[in-house]
Ligand binder design. Sequence first.
Ligand code: AMP
Length: 548
Amino acid sequence: MEFAAFADRAAEMEAEPADLETVTLVAELFAETGDELDTVARFVQGRVFPAHDGTKLDIGPSLCYAALAKAAGTNVSVADIEDRLAEVGEIGAVAETLDLGGQQGLSAFGAGGGDTLIVSEVDDQLRSLAAAEGSGSTDTKLDTLFGLFNRADDLEARFLARLVLGEMRIGVGEGTVRDAIADGFEVPVEAVARAIQVSNDCGLVAETAREDGKAGLEDVHLQVGRPVKAMLAQAGTAVDALDEWERAAVETKFDGARVQVHHDGETTRLFSRNLEDVTDSLPEVVESVDQQLDVPAILDGEVVAVDEAGEPLPFQEVLRRFRRKHDVAATRESVAVELHAFDCLHANGDDLLDTSLVERHDRLCGLLSTGVSELVLTDDADAIAEFEAEALDDGHEGIMLKNPDSSYTPGNRGKNWLKRKPDVETLDLVVTGAEWGEGRRANLLGTFLLSARTPDGYETLGKVATGITDEELAALHDRLEPYVRSESGTEVDIEPAVVFEVGYEEIQHSPTYSSGYALRFPRFVGVREDKSPDDADSLERVERLANA
Ligand code: AMP
Protein backbone atom coordinates (compact mmCIF):
# COMPACT_ATOMS: atom_id res chain seq x y z
CA MET A 1 0.00 0.00 0.00
CA GLU A 2 1.26 3.46 -0.83
CA PHE A 3 1.79 5.61 2.25
CA ALA A 4 -0.19 8.32 0.43
CA ALA A 5 -3.27 6.04 0.37
CA PHE A 6 -2.85 5.39 4.07
CA ALA A 7 -2.50 9.15 4.72
CA ASP A 8 -5.70 9.87 2.72
CA ARG A 9 -7.62 7.42 4.87
CA ALA A 10 -6.09 8.79 8.05
CA ALA A 11 -7.18 12.31 7.03
CA GLU A 12 -10.74 11.05 6.55
CA MET A 13 -10.66 9.53 10.04
CA GLU A 14 -9.32 12.75 11.50
CA ALA A 15 -12.19 14.70 9.92
CA GLU A 16 -14.79 12.22 11.21
CA PRO A 17 -16.10 13.13 14.67
CA ALA A 18 -18.38 10.11 15.17
CA ASP A 19 -16.79 7.00 16.71
CA LEU A 20 -19.03 4.59 14.82
CA GLU A 21 -18.17 6.15 11.47
CA THR A 22 -14.50 6.05 12.36
CA VAL A 23 -14.81 2.31 12.99
CA THR A 24 -16.31 1.93 9.48
CA LEU A 25 -13.44 3.93 7.96
CA VAL A 26 -10.86 1.76 9.75
CA ALA A 27 -12.68 -1.39 8.61
CA GLU A 28 -12.63 -0.10 5.02
CA LEU A 29 -8.94 0.68 5.27
CA PHE A 30 -8.29 -2.85 6.54
CA ALA A 31 -10.33 -4.30 3.65
CA GLU A 32 -8.19 -2.37 1.14
CA THR A 33 -4.95 -3.53 2.70
CA GLY A 34 -3.08 -6.57 1.41
CA ASP A 35 0.05 -8.01 2.99
CA GLU A 36 0.60 -4.95 5.16
CA LEU A 37 -2.51 -5.39 7.34
CA ASP A 38 -0.33 -6.03 10.37
CA THR A 39 1.57 -2.75 9.84
CA VAL A 40 -1.52 -0.71 8.96
CA ALA A 41 -3.33 -1.91 12.11
CA ARG A 42 -0.40 -0.51 14.12
CA PHE A 43 0.09 2.70 12.13
CA VAL A 44 -3.55 3.81 12.56
CA GLN A 45 -2.88 3.80 16.29
CA GLY A 46 0.38 5.70 15.89
CA ARG A 47 2.42 2.60 16.69
CA VAL A 48 5.42 1.22 14.87
CA PHE A 49 5.84 -1.73 17.24
CA PRO A 50 3.10 -3.99 18.59
CA ALA A 51 1.95 -3.24 22.13
CA HIS A 52 3.83 -6.24 23.55
CA ASP A 53 7.08 -5.00 22.10
CA GLY A 54 8.65 -2.46 24.46
CA THR A 55 11.02 -1.18 21.75
CA LYS A 56 10.84 2.59 21.51
CA LEU A 57 11.49 4.63 18.38
CA ASP A 58 13.29 7.01 20.69
CA ILE A 59 12.94 10.00 18.41
CA GLY A 60 12.48 13.15 20.45
CA PRO A 61 10.76 16.22 19.04
CA SER A 62 14.08 17.99 18.42
CA LEU A 63 15.37 15.24 16.12
CA CYS A 64 12.06 15.19 14.26
CA TYR A 65 12.12 18.99 13.83
CA ALA A 66 15.72 18.88 12.62
CA ALA A 67 14.83 16.28 9.97
CA LEU A 68 11.81 18.34 8.88
CA ALA A 69 13.88 21.51 8.67
CA LYS A 70 16.49 19.76 6.58
CA ALA A 71 13.86 18.39 4.17
CA ALA A 72 12.19 21.79 3.96
CA GLY A 73 15.33 23.39 2.54
CA THR A 74 17.75 26.06 3.55
CA ASN A 75 15.07 28.70 4.10
CA VAL A 76 13.52 26.84 7.02
CA SER A 77 15.32 26.45 10.35
CA VAL A 78 14.43 24.40 13.43
CA ALA A 79 13.54 27.70 15.13
CA ASP A 80 11.04 28.45 12.31
CA ILE A 81 9.43 25.08 12.88
CA GLU A 82 9.20 25.70 16.62
CA ASP A 83 7.65 29.11 15.99
CA ARG A 84 5.01 27.61 13.70
CA LEU A 85 4.40 24.87 16.23
CA ALA A 86 3.76 27.47 18.93
CA GLU A 87 1.16 29.01 16.58
CA VAL A 88 -0.65 25.88 15.35
CA GLY A 89 0.03 23.64 18.36
CA GLU A 90 0.67 20.35 16.59
CA ILE A 91 3.56 19.02 14.50
CA GLY A 92 1.48 17.33 11.76
CA ALA A 93 -0.14 20.63 10.83
CA VAL A 94 3.31 22.25 10.69
CA ALA A 95 4.87 19.45 8.63
CA GLU A 96 2.23 19.58 5.93
CA THR A 97 2.82 23.28 5.24
CA LEU A 98 6.58 22.95 4.84
CA ASP A 99 6.66 22.06 1.16
CA LEU A 100 9.07 19.22 1.74
CA GLY A 101 11.00 17.38 -0.93
CA GLY A 102 12.88 20.41 -2.14
CA GLN A 103 16.14 18.61 -1.53
CA GLN A 104 15.94 16.36 -4.60
CA GLY A 105 19.66 16.30 -5.08
CA LEU A 106 20.01 14.77 -1.66
CA SER A 107 17.17 12.27 -1.89
CA ALA A 108 19.47 9.30 -2.41
CA PHE A 109 20.95 10.18 0.94
CA GLY A 110 19.27 8.26 3.74
CA ALA A 111 16.10 6.75 2.39
CA GLY A 112 16.92 5.14 -0.93
CA GLY A 113 14.12 3.47 -2.90
CA GLY A 114 11.84 5.11 -5.45
CA ASP A 115 9.94 8.32 -5.04
CA THR A 116 6.70 6.78 -3.82
CA LEU A 117 6.65 5.99 -0.13
CA ILE A 118 5.29 2.52 0.59
CA VAL A 119 3.82 1.61 4.00
CA SER A 120 6.10 -1.41 4.45
CA GLU A 121 9.13 0.68 3.55
CA VAL A 122 8.23 3.37 6.09
CA ASP A 123 7.83 0.58 8.64
CA ASP A 124 11.20 -0.97 7.78
CA GLN A 125 13.01 2.36 7.93
CA LEU A 126 11.48 3.39 11.24
CA ARG A 127 12.37 0.02 12.70
CA SER A 128 15.96 0.28 11.50
CA LEU A 129 16.07 3.69 13.06
CA ALA A 130 14.94 2.30 16.42
CA ALA A 131 17.75 -0.24 16.24
CA ALA A 132 20.49 2.37 15.61
CA GLU A 133 22.78 2.59 18.62
CA GLY A 134 26.09 4.04 19.68
CA SER A 135 28.16 6.92 18.38
CA GLY A 136 26.86 8.36 15.15
CA SER A 137 23.39 6.89 15.69
CA THR A 138 21.82 10.35 16.00
CA ASP A 139 23.21 11.28 12.58
CA THR A 140 21.96 8.01 11.12
CA LYS A 141 18.52 8.66 12.55
CA LEU A 142 18.49 12.20 11.26
CA ASP A 143 19.49 11.04 7.77
CA THR A 144 16.86 8.31 7.68
CA LEU A 145 14.12 10.63 8.84
CA PHE A 146 15.22 13.32 6.44
CA GLY A 147 15.15 10.76 3.62
CA LEU A 148 11.55 9.87 4.45
CA PHE A 149 10.32 13.45 4.90
CA ASN A 150 12.09 14.50 1.72
CA ARG A 151 9.89 12.13 -0.25
CA ALA A 152 6.63 13.01 1.51
CA ASP A 153 3.85 15.12 0.02
CA ASP A 154 1.82 17.37 2.34
CA LEU A 155 -0.59 14.83 3.70
CA GLU A 156 2.07 12.14 4.02
CA ALA A 157 4.21 14.62 5.95
CA ARG A 158 1.35 15.31 8.37
CA PHE A 159 0.96 11.67 9.31
CA LEU A 160 4.61 10.70 9.05
CA ALA A 161 5.54 13.43 11.55
CA ARG A 162 2.83 12.29 13.92
CA LEU A 163 3.74 8.62 13.53
CA VAL A 164 7.36 9.39 14.29
CA LEU A 165 6.33 11.15 17.49
CA GLY A 166 3.79 8.44 18.38
CA GLU A 167 0.60 10.51 18.28
CA MET A 168 -1.70 10.13 15.26
CA ARG A 169 -4.55 12.28 16.62
CA ILE A 170 -7.14 10.60 14.40
CA GLY A 171 -9.28 9.23 17.22
CA VAL A 172 -8.25 5.61 16.67
CA GLY A 173 -7.27 3.60 19.71
CA GLU A 174 -7.19 -0.09 20.49
CA GLY A 175 -10.99 -0.13 20.98
CA THR A 176 -11.60 1.30 17.48
CA VAL A 177 -9.24 -1.23 15.92
CA ARG A 178 -10.93 -4.03 17.85
CA ASP A 179 -14.38 -2.99 16.56
CA ALA A 180 -13.10 -2.49 13.01
CA ILE A 181 -11.60 -5.99 12.95
CA ALA A 182 -14.91 -7.43 14.20
CA ASP A 183 -17.00 -5.45 11.66
CA GLY A 184 -14.65 -5.79 8.72
CA PHE A 185 -13.89 -9.49 9.01
CA GLU A 186 -17.28 -10.48 10.45
CA VAL A 187 -16.05 -12.08 13.65
CA PRO A 188 -17.49 -11.65 17.17
CA VAL A 189 -16.09 -8.61 18.95
CA GLU A 190 -15.59 -10.65 22.16
CA ALA A 191 -13.32 -13.06 20.27
CA VAL A 192 -11.30 -10.11 18.93
CA ALA A 193 -11.06 -8.46 22.37
CA ARG A 194 -9.95 -11.72 23.90
CA ALA A 195 -7.28 -12.34 21.24
CA ILE A 196 -5.95 -8.80 21.71
CA GLN A 197 -5.72 -9.28 25.48
CA VAL A 198 -3.90 -12.58 25.07
CA SER A 199 -1.51 -11.54 22.28
CA ASN A 200 -1.23 -7.81 22.95
CA ASP A 201 -0.81 -7.45 19.20
CA CYS A 202 -3.63 -5.84 17.14
CA GLY A 203 -1.78 -6.48 13.86
CA LEU A 204 -1.55 -10.20 14.50
CA VAL A 205 -5.21 -10.30 15.55
CA ALA A 206 -6.33 -8.43 12.40
CA GLU A 207 -4.46 -10.89 10.20
CA THR A 208 -5.73 -13.89 12.15
CA ALA A 209 -9.34 -12.65 11.90
CA ARG A 210 -8.99 -12.14 8.15
CA GLU A 211 -7.24 -15.47 7.45
CA ASP A 212 -8.82 -17.86 9.96
CA GLY A 213 -11.93 -16.15 11.37
CA LYS A 214 -13.36 -16.88 14.79
CA ALA A 215 -11.68 -20.29 15.10
CA GLY A 216 -8.32 -18.67 14.44
CA LEU A 217 -8.92 -16.03 17.08
CA GLU A 218 -9.86 -18.68 19.63
CA ASP A 219 -6.60 -20.39 18.87
CA VAL A 220 -4.53 -17.35 19.89
CA HIS A 221 -2.70 -18.26 23.10
CA LEU A 222 -0.35 -16.65 25.55
CA GLN A 223 3.23 -16.95 24.42
CA VAL A 224 6.25 -17.03 26.67
CA GLY A 225 8.34 -13.97 25.74
CA ARG A 226 5.34 -11.90 24.59
CA PRO A 227 4.18 -9.86 27.60
CA VAL A 228 0.53 -9.00 28.13
CA LYS A 229 -0.76 -5.88 29.84
CA ALA A 230 -0.79 -6.06 33.62
CA MET A 231 -4.09 -6.42 35.46
CA LEU A 232 -4.67 -3.25 37.50
CA ALA A 233 -6.32 -2.32 40.77
CA GLN A 234 -8.78 0.32 41.96
CA ALA A 235 -8.66 1.99 45.36
CA GLY A 236 -10.99 0.28 47.83
CA THR A 237 -11.55 -0.81 51.42
CA ALA A 238 -12.26 -4.03 53.32
CA VAL A 239 -15.91 -2.99 53.49
CA ASP A 240 -16.04 -2.61 49.70
CA ALA A 241 -14.49 -6.04 49.31
CA LEU A 242 -16.73 -7.89 51.76
CA ASP A 243 -19.84 -6.16 50.36
CA GLU A 244 -19.03 -7.48 46.90
CA TRP A 245 -17.65 -10.93 47.61
CA GLU A 246 -18.37 -13.59 50.22
CA ARG A 247 -14.73 -13.62 51.18
CA ALA A 248 -11.68 -11.67 50.17
CA ALA A 249 -8.18 -12.76 49.22
CA VAL A 250 -5.82 -10.47 51.15
CA GLU A 251 -2.20 -9.86 50.21
CA THR A 252 0.57 -7.46 51.10
CA LYS A 253 0.84 -4.48 48.76
CA PHE A 254 4.54 -4.39 48.08
CA ASP A 255 6.10 -1.02 47.40
CA GLY A 256 8.16 -1.82 44.36
CA ALA A 257 7.90 -2.11 40.61
CA ARG A 258 5.74 -4.51 38.66
CA VAL A 259 7.39 -7.28 36.67
CA GLN A 260 6.07 -9.99 34.39
CA VAL A 261 8.29 -13.05 34.46
CA HIS A 262 8.54 -15.14 31.29
CA HIS A 263 10.36 -18.44 31.61
CA ASP A 264 10.55 -20.75 28.57
CA GLY A 265 11.78 -23.81 30.47
CA GLU A 266 15.41 -22.72 30.26
CA THR A 267 15.81 -18.98 30.31
CA THR A 268 13.98 -16.10 31.96
CA ARG A 269 13.00 -12.69 30.66
CA LEU A 270 11.53 -9.91 32.78
CA PHE A 271 9.20 -7.16 31.55
CA SER A 272 8.21 -3.92 33.25
CA ARG A 273 4.67 -2.61 33.54
CA ASN A 274 5.38 -0.63 30.36
CA LEU A 275 6.36 -3.94 28.77
CA GLU A 276 9.99 -2.93 28.47
CA ASP A 277 12.49 -5.77 28.70
CA VAL A 278 14.27 -5.20 32.04
CA THR A 279 15.92 -8.63 32.28
CA ASP A 280 19.49 -7.39 32.28
CA SER A 281 18.96 -4.95 35.13
CA LEU A 282 17.70 -7.56 37.61
CA PRO A 283 20.11 -10.50 37.46
CA GLU A 284 19.34 -11.84 40.95
CA VAL A 285 15.64 -12.17 40.07
CA VAL A 286 16.58 -14.05 36.90
CA GLU A 287 18.91 -16.33 38.85
CA SER A 288 16.28 -17.10 41.46
CA VAL A 289 13.64 -17.91 38.85
CA ASP A 290 16.06 -19.98 36.75
CA GLN A 291 16.98 -22.05 39.80
CA GLN A 292 13.40 -22.80 40.70
CA LEU A 293 11.58 -23.20 37.39
CA ASP A 294 12.07 -25.94 34.83
CA VAL A 295 8.79 -25.66 32.93
CA PRO A 296 7.44 -22.78 30.81
CA ALA A 297 5.59 -20.21 32.88
CA ILE A 298 4.37 -16.60 32.90
CA LEU A 299 4.21 -15.01 36.35
CA ASP A 300 3.17 -11.61 37.65
CA GLY A 301 4.76 -9.96 40.65
CA GLU A 302 6.46 -7.01 42.27
CA VAL A 303 10.20 -6.45 42.59
CA VAL A 304 11.10 -4.79 45.88
CA ALA A 305 14.37 -3.29 47.09
CA VAL A 306 15.55 -4.62 50.45
CA ASP A 307 18.25 -3.64 52.92
CA GLU A 308 20.87 -5.97 54.39
CA ALA A 309 18.41 -7.29 56.96
CA GLY A 310 15.90 -8.04 54.18
CA GLU A 311 13.60 -5.18 55.23
CA PRO A 312 11.80 -3.41 52.37
CA LEU A 313 13.25 -0.10 51.19
CA PRO A 314 11.18 2.72 49.68
CA PHE A 315 10.02 2.41 46.11
CA GLN A 316 12.58 4.96 44.85
CA GLU A 317 15.35 2.49 45.68
CA VAL A 318 14.06 -0.17 43.32
CA LEU A 319 14.04 2.36 40.51
CA ARG A 320 17.78 2.80 40.94
CA ARG A 321 18.00 -0.79 39.74
CA PHE A 322 15.04 -1.17 37.48
CA ARG A 323 15.96 0.28 34.11
CA ARG A 324 19.68 0.41 34.66
CA LYS A 325 21.81 -0.54 31.67
CA HIS A 326 25.25 0.23 33.11
CA ASP A 327 26.99 -0.63 36.38
CA VAL A 328 24.40 -3.30 37.15
CA ALA A 329 26.83 -5.35 39.21
CA ALA A 330 27.98 -2.36 41.31
CA THR A 331 24.45 -1.15 41.98
CA ARG A 332 23.46 -4.69 42.87
CA GLU A 333 26.02 -4.51 45.68
CA SER A 334 24.36 -1.45 47.21
CA VAL A 335 20.67 -2.18 46.56
CA ALA A 336 19.44 -5.77 46.57
CA VAL A 337 16.09 -6.62 45.03
CA GLU A 338 13.74 -9.55 45.47
CA LEU A 339 10.69 -10.81 43.66
CA HIS A 340 7.29 -11.27 45.29
CA ALA A 341 5.30 -13.27 42.76
CA PHE A 342 1.54 -12.98 43.24
CA ASP A 343 -0.02 -14.44 40.11
CA CYS A 344 0.44 -17.12 37.48
CA LEU A 345 -0.89 -16.60 33.95
CA HIS A 346 0.60 -19.67 32.33
CA ALA A 347 2.09 -22.86 33.72
CA ASN A 348 3.57 -25.74 31.75
CA GLY A 349 1.32 -25.49 28.68
CA ASP A 350 -1.81 -24.29 30.50
CA ASP A 351 -3.15 -20.77 29.95
CA LEU A 352 -4.68 -19.80 33.29
CA LEU A 353 -6.27 -16.41 32.58
CA ASP A 354 -9.76 -17.86 32.95
CA THR A 355 -9.13 -19.91 36.08
CA SER A 356 -9.85 -18.40 39.49
CA LEU A 357 -7.33 -16.35 41.45
CA VAL A 358 -7.17 -19.04 44.14
CA GLU A 359 -6.39 -21.73 41.59
CA ARG A 360 -3.77 -19.55 39.89
CA HIS A 361 -2.14 -18.88 43.24
CA ASP A 362 -2.07 -22.64 43.94
CA ARG A 363 -0.32 -23.21 40.61
CA LEU A 364 2.14 -20.47 41.53
CA CYS A 365 2.93 -22.18 44.85
CA GLY A 366 3.51 -25.41 42.93
CA LEU A 367 6.08 -23.67 40.71
CA LEU A 368 8.10 -21.54 43.15
CA SER A 369 9.26 -22.51 46.61
CA THR A 370 10.45 -19.02 47.56
CA GLY A 371 9.30 -15.55 46.61
CA VAL A 372 5.55 -16.26 46.46
CA SER A 373 3.40 -13.69 48.24
CA GLU A 374 1.17 -15.03 51.00
CA LEU A 375 -2.56 -15.05 50.20
CA VAL A 376 -5.06 -15.12 53.06
CA LEU A 377 -8.74 -15.94 52.45
CA THR A 378 -11.13 -14.41 54.95
CA ASP A 379 -14.65 -13.02 55.40
CA ASP A 380 -13.71 -11.21 58.61
CA ALA A 381 -13.10 -7.44 58.46
CA ASP A 382 -11.10 -7.58 61.71
CA ALA A 383 -8.76 -10.19 60.26
CA ILE A 384 -8.20 -7.89 57.26
CA ALA A 385 -7.45 -4.94 59.58
CA GLU A 386 -4.95 -7.10 61.46
CA PHE A 387 -3.27 -8.21 58.24
CA GLU A 388 -3.04 -4.56 57.18
CA ALA A 389 -1.51 -3.43 60.48
CA GLU A 390 1.13 -6.16 60.21
CA ALA A 391 1.91 -5.30 56.59
CA LEU A 392 2.40 -1.63 57.52
CA ASP A 393 4.45 -2.61 60.54
CA ASP A 394 6.73 -4.62 58.30
CA GLY A 395 7.33 -1.51 56.20
CA HIS A 396 5.03 -2.37 53.28
CA GLU A 397 2.76 0.06 51.50
CA GLY A 398 -0.63 -1.39 52.38
CA ILE A 399 -2.72 -4.36 51.29
CA MET A 400 -4.42 -5.69 48.21
CA LEU A 401 -7.91 -7.16 48.40
CA LYS A 402 -8.77 -9.48 45.53
CA ASN A 403 -11.86 -11.38 44.46
CA PRO A 404 -10.86 -15.04 45.04
CA ASP A 405 -13.04 -16.27 42.16
CA SER A 406 -11.96 -13.70 39.56
CA SER A 407 -10.13 -14.36 36.31
CA TYR A 408 -7.02 -12.46 35.18
CA THR A 409 -8.02 -9.64 32.86
CA PRO A 410 -4.95 -8.04 31.23
CA GLY A 411 -4.98 -4.26 31.10
CA ASN A 412 -8.21 -4.03 33.03
CA ARG A 413 -8.60 -1.77 36.07
CA GLY A 414 -11.72 -3.51 37.33
CA LYS A 415 -13.30 -4.11 40.70
CA ASN A 416 -11.73 -7.51 41.24
CA TRP A 417 -8.51 -6.08 42.62
CA LEU A 418 -8.69 -3.34 45.25
CA LYS A 419 -5.66 -1.54 46.64
CA ARG A 420 -5.75 -0.06 50.08
CA LYS A 421 -3.14 2.47 51.14
CA PRO A 422 -3.58 4.24 54.46
CA ASP A 423 -1.70 7.47 53.77
CA VAL A 424 -3.03 10.48 51.95
CA GLU A 425 -2.68 9.23 48.42
CA THR A 426 -0.06 10.71 46.18
CA LEU A 427 -0.88 11.48 42.57
CA ASP A 428 1.00 10.29 39.51
CA LEU A 429 0.89 13.24 37.12
CA VAL A 430 2.30 13.93 33.69
CA VAL A 431 4.83 16.72 33.19
CA THR A 432 3.51 18.89 30.34
CA GLY A 433 5.54 22.04 30.87
CA ALA A 434 8.31 23.67 32.89
CA GLU A 435 9.92 26.96 33.72
CA TRP A 436 13.61 27.79 33.76
CA GLY A 437 15.05 28.09 37.26
CA GLU A 438 16.53 31.16 38.87
CA GLY A 439 19.91 32.03 40.38
CA ARG A 440 22.27 29.05 40.45
CA ARG A 441 19.55 26.93 38.91
CA ALA A 442 19.09 29.32 35.96
CA ASN A 443 20.44 26.88 33.37
CA LEU A 444 18.13 24.08 34.49
CA LEU A 445 14.43 23.50 34.15
CA GLY A 446 13.18 24.25 37.65
CA THR A 447 9.42 24.38 38.07
CA PHE A 448 7.35 21.61 36.50
CA LEU A 449 3.80 21.92 35.25
CA LEU A 450 1.70 18.88 36.15
CA SER A 451 -1.31 17.47 34.34
CA ALA A 452 -3.87 14.76 34.88
CA ARG A 453 -5.01 12.44 32.13
CA THR A 454 -8.44 12.92 30.50
CA PRO A 455 -10.01 10.88 27.69
CA ASP A 456 -8.96 13.63 25.25
CA GLY A 457 -5.53 14.61 26.50
CA TYR A 458 -4.21 16.35 29.57
CA GLU A 459 -5.42 19.13 31.89
CA THR A 460 -3.11 21.07 34.18
CA LEU A 461 -3.56 21.23 37.96
CA GLY A 462 -0.40 22.58 39.50
CA LYS A 463 3.31 23.30 39.44
CA VAL A 464 5.90 21.58 41.56
CA ALA A 465 9.28 22.98 42.53
CA THR A 466 9.72 21.82 46.12
CA GLY A 467 11.14 18.56 47.35
CA ILE A 468 13.78 18.41 44.62
CA THR A 469 17.49 18.27 45.49
CA ASP A 470 20.11 19.90 43.23
CA GLU A 471 21.22 16.46 42.11
CA GLU A 472 17.68 15.40 41.31
CA LEU A 473 17.06 18.67 39.48
CA ALA A 474 19.99 18.09 37.15
CA ALA A 475 18.76 14.56 36.45
CA LEU A 476 15.21 15.80 35.84
CA HIS A 477 16.51 18.41 33.43
CA ASP A 478 18.33 15.74 31.41
CA ARG A 479 15.32 13.44 31.53
CA LEU A 480 12.89 16.10 30.26
CA GLU A 481 14.97 18.13 27.83
CA PRO A 482 14.51 15.72 24.87
CA TYR A 483 10.74 16.25 25.18
CA VAL A 484 10.80 20.04 25.02
CA ARG A 485 8.43 21.06 22.23
CA SER A 486 8.74 24.83 22.29
CA GLU A 487 9.75 27.73 24.49
CA SER A 488 8.32 31.13 25.10
CA GLY A 489 10.05 33.46 27.58
CA THR A 490 10.90 31.39 30.66
CA GLU A 491 8.15 28.88 29.93
CA VAL A 492 8.67 25.61 28.15
CA ASP A 493 6.09 23.32 26.57
CA ILE A 494 6.89 19.63 27.16
CA GLU A 495 5.58 16.60 25.31
CA PRO A 496 3.76 14.25 27.73
CA ALA A 497 6.29 11.49 28.42
CA VAL A 498 7.43 11.61 32.04
CA VAL A 499 5.28 10.88 35.10
CA PHE A 500 5.98 12.47 38.51
CA GLU A 501 4.64 11.14 41.78
CA VAL A 502 3.60 14.17 43.85
CA GLY A 503 2.33 14.66 47.38
CA TYR A 504 0.11 17.60 48.37
CA GLU A 505 -1.88 18.88 51.32
CA GLU A 506 -5.18 19.37 49.59
CA ILE A 507 -6.89 19.55 46.22
CA GLN A 508 -8.88 22.75 45.74
CA HIS A 509 -11.29 24.00 43.11
CA SER A 510 -9.45 26.76 41.28
CA PRO A 511 -9.72 28.63 37.99
CA THR A 512 -5.90 28.94 37.79
CA TYR A 513 -5.41 25.67 35.92
CA SER A 514 -7.24 24.14 32.98
CA SER A 515 -8.54 21.19 35.04
CA GLY A 516 -10.48 23.50 37.36
CA TYR A 517 -8.47 22.10 40.29
CA ALA A 518 -5.21 23.10 41.96
CA LEU A 519 -2.89 21.15 44.25
CA ARG A 520 -2.08 22.94 47.50
CA PHE A 521 1.58 22.67 48.51
CA PRO A 522 2.57 20.10 45.89
CA ARG A 523 5.84 18.33 46.62
CA PHE A 524 7.95 16.13 44.38
CA VAL A 525 8.18 12.52 45.56
CA GLY A 526 9.89 10.92 42.57
CA VAL A 527 9.74 10.00 38.89
CA ARG A 528 7.49 7.03 38.13
CA GLU A 529 9.86 5.48 35.61
CA ASP A 530 7.60 2.45 35.56
CA LYS A 531 4.61 4.44 34.33
CA SER A 532 3.85 5.98 30.95
CA PRO A 533 1.49 8.97 30.58
CA ASP A 534 -1.32 6.48 29.89
CA ASP A 535 -0.83 5.08 33.39
CA ALA A 536 -0.88 8.47 35.09
CA ASP A 537 -3.79 9.44 37.33
CA SER A 538 -6.96 10.57 35.58
CA LEU A 539 -8.75 13.85 36.17
CA GLU A 540 -11.65 11.69 37.32
CA ARG A 541 -9.53 10.40 40.20
CA VAL A 542 -8.42 13.94 41.06
CA GLU A 543 -12.10 14.94 41.18
CA ARG A 544 -12.92 12.01 43.44
CA LEU A 545 -10.06 12.84 45.81
CA ALA A 546 -11.03 16.52 45.82
CA ASN A 547 -14.60 15.66 46.73
CA ALA A 548 -13.70 12.97 49.27
P1 AMP B 1 -0.66 1.68 42.12
O1 AMP B 1 0.67 1.64 41.46
O2 AMP B 1 -0.73 2.56 43.32
O3 AMP B 1 -1.79 1.89 41.11
O4 AMP B 1 -0.97 0.22 42.74
C1 AMP B 1 -1.10 -0.93 41.95
C2 AMP B 1 0.23 -1.63 41.88
O5 AMP B 1 0.57 -2.22 43.12
C3 AMP B 1 0.30 -2.79 40.93
O6 AMP B 1 0.43 -2.39 39.60
C4 AMP B 1 1.51 -3.54 41.43
O7 AMP B 1 2.67 -3.02 40.81
C5 AMP B 1 1.59 -3.18 42.90
N1 AMP B 1 1.40 -4.32 43.81
C6 AMP B 1 2.10 -4.48 44.95
N2 AMP B 1 1.73 -5.60 45.59
C7 AMP B 1 0.77 -6.19 44.84
C8 AMP B 1 0.00 -7.39 44.98
N3 AMP B 1 0.12 -8.20 46.02
N4 AMP B 1 -0.91 -7.66 43.99
C9 AMP B 1 -1.05 -6.83 42.92
N5 AMP B 1 -0.35 -5.70 42.75
C10 AMP B 1 0.56 -5.37 43.70
